[in-house]
Design a protein around this ligand. Sequence first.
Ligand SMILES: Cc1ncc(COP(=O)(O)O)c(C=O)c1O
Length: 187
Amino acid sequence: MPSNRLPWDSPKNRLTLLLEEKRRAGAPVLDLTESNPTRAGIPYPREEILMALADPAALVWEPDPLGHPAARLAVAQAHGVAPESVLLTASTSEAYSLLFKMLCDPGDTVLVPQPSYPLFDHLAALEGVRVEPYMLRLDDDWSADLSGAPRDAKAVIAVNPNNPTGSFLRVADLDRFAALGLPLISD
Ligand SMILES: Cc1ncc(COP(=O)(O)O)c(C=O)c1O
């Protein structure tokens, strides 16, 4: 029996059923949720990547729990920070899992934007963590409303640019996050 962390018997929603029907019928579908860069029509240096794989150094496996040192150095240089403060993960989801474990005990709360990335509920539930939404409000522009945010939360998540609104954080939002005095997880 699987654990009770997730609602395993979630029924498919109307959108999923419709998408399955369209695909079965061979209808053209423009999938705006496609996040696999090799399928999203993004141009990238194919030759350079293939040549890098032909380098004999690629045959040597030297795992490092913080990520490959050369890759960490490249990321650090791109962001103007020390390599010691860079840790690489296999995905954002893995990074969330590590951050929730580091910052929260089971039953603790993290603040998540709404509307935003729907997988937060599941990523948090898998770690025994609860999510509390704070609203992104659209007036002339999107802004974060943290007025009712519980003070005992263990972290606040900001998604920039946000999925699905495509909105960016403003300086005023950053001031509001800072005023919470919580660890800020920036996605
Ligand atoms: C805001 C946000 N975070 C994380 C992810 C997933 O990232 P990963 O595939 O690296 O786990 C997505 C995917 O769409 C996303 O929109």
